[in-house]
Design a protein around this ligand. Structure first.
Ligand code: GDP
Ligand code: MN
Length: 387
């Protein structure tokens, strides 16, 4: 889960990292008020869950409250990398002398948090890594020791921070590590950490990515989730405990188990079809969960066939079959479906489906072939209707 810049900076500020004292605004009028309260020059910043806002025109400097209002009107509603701007952050403008990159990232290979710093801040760190890898300093942090002063100082030295700023940099690095550790992040990043006019360090941008698997430990962070910025179907899926990822193909897939879901997608590809989604209904799926999954799959207008591939173990085939029939009763769709059920209570499941006149298949390849046929027929029908 991603936090917005303003949320991330608020957390940084609470942990002793110097941040600008900005306000969030949802309208141009609010931006005017915020800029007036700040006095002086301000920066209007699009709050969307993506980087590169500066380049996309989502970060602008305003000299007066009137200008802040006009710029906010321009930025609100703007589309940045497919996301609509609904809020702007109004920060006091900083007099930037130099931009540093400082981040903590979870490195799965070393199973440690790694701190990354670079004197080439402001731009994408991936870009720096590609073009000037020697400008990046990394230290692997031992969780038993935390980030000792000497390590943070070595980092400061490595990126050529002036003597006079080293103590402050060390303080910020340790605070950032503390935030990363206590919030279960996969990324906590300040880019840029600016050296400003009065010779101080200031975190001008903030980004926190929380580990979804640890969110249950942080209800106050989970509550920050910006649902309006997320895909509706994925949101709905999460509510029902389903793992769902929308893709751009035409065959909806309902599968139990992530590995089986991937195998199913491969087999669909093998027979020339294209999967519309990844969906894992998990183990022990009950009828209502299956119904919810089917509704989510069918809410995608691209879907013109659905393939069920259920391997009954903990999940009982008759439960799934009941779920499918119940869901069909609720959604009443013309989209053709084929079901492959094997495992626990297979015969009972098949009987339920046969009663409901559903098409079934014995093997995955047979099921996938049928689904591809149905999907192609669906596309053809659509073309004929248009002609
Ligand atoms: P990003 O493009 O999404 O990473 O957004 P940032 O918050 O990092 O802003 C992009 C760039 O805008 C920064 O690298 C700065 O160069 C510039 N910027 C951000 N805040 C200020 C500010 O207060 N004053 C000035 N002059 N420039 C700023
Ligand atoms: Mn940035």
């Amino acid at each position: 889960m991603n936090l917005h810049e303003y949320q991330s900076k608020r957390i940084f500020g609470q942990h002793g990292i110097p941040v600008p004292s900005g306000e969030v605004a949802g309208s141009a009028e609010e931006a005017y008020q915020a800029a007036r309260a700040l006095g002086g020059t301000s920066v209007i910043k699009a709050q969307v869950l993506t980087g590169g806002r500066g380049k996309a025109g989502g970060v602008k400097v305003a000299k007066t409250p009137g200008e802040a209002e006009a710029l906010a009107a321009q930025i609100l509603g703007m589309n940045i990398r497919g996301l609509t701007v609904k809020q702007v952050l109004v920060d006091p403008a900083a007099d930037i002398r130099h931009e540093i990159y400082l981040g903590v990232v979870l490195d799965r290979a070393s199973e440690r948090l790694v701190m990354i710093a670079s004197a080439a801040g402001g731009m994408d760190i991936e870009e720096v890594a590609r073009t000037a890898p020697e400008k990046i300093q990394r230290i692997v942090i031992d969780p038993a020791l935390g980030l000792p002063d000497f390590q943070a100082r070595a980092l400061a030295f490595g990126i050529g921070i002036d003597r006079g700023l080293r103590r402050e940099f060390t303080h910020i690095a340790r605070a950032l590590y503390h935030v990363a550790m206590t919030h279960d992040v996969t990324l906590a990043e300040i880019n840029p950490l600016a050296i400003v006019g009065d010779g101080k360090l200031l975190a001008l941008d903030g980004k926190i990515v929380l580990d979804d698997n640890a969110l249950f430990r942080h209800p106050e962070l989970a509550a920050l989730r910006d649902q309006s910025a997320e895909d509706k179907s994925e949101l709905e899926a999460r509510k029902h405990g389903l793992s769902y990822v929308k893709l751009d193909g035409k065959i909806g897939c309902m599968v139990n188990g992530a590995g089986l879901a991937m195998a199913t997608m491969d087999v669909i590809h093998y027979f020339g079809g294209s999967p519309a989604n990844f969906l894992d209904i998990g183990g022990g799926a009950q009828a209502d969960k299956v119904a919810a999954a089917l509704r989510i799959i069918l809410s995608d207008a691209n879907v013109n066939a659905v393939l069920f591939n259920i391997f009954g173990g903990i999940t009982r085939c008759d439960e799934v079959a009941k779920g499918i029939v119940a869901a069909l009763g609720q959604v009443n769709t013309p989209v053709p479906m084929v079901v492959r059920l094997v495992g626990t209570n297979e015969a009972e499941g098949r009987a339920i489906l046969a009663n409901a006149q559903m098409e079934t298949a014995k093997t995955l390849s047979e099921a996938a072939q049928k689904a591809v046929e149905l999907s192609e027929r669906g596309s053809q029908n659509r073309r004929e209707k248009r002609n």
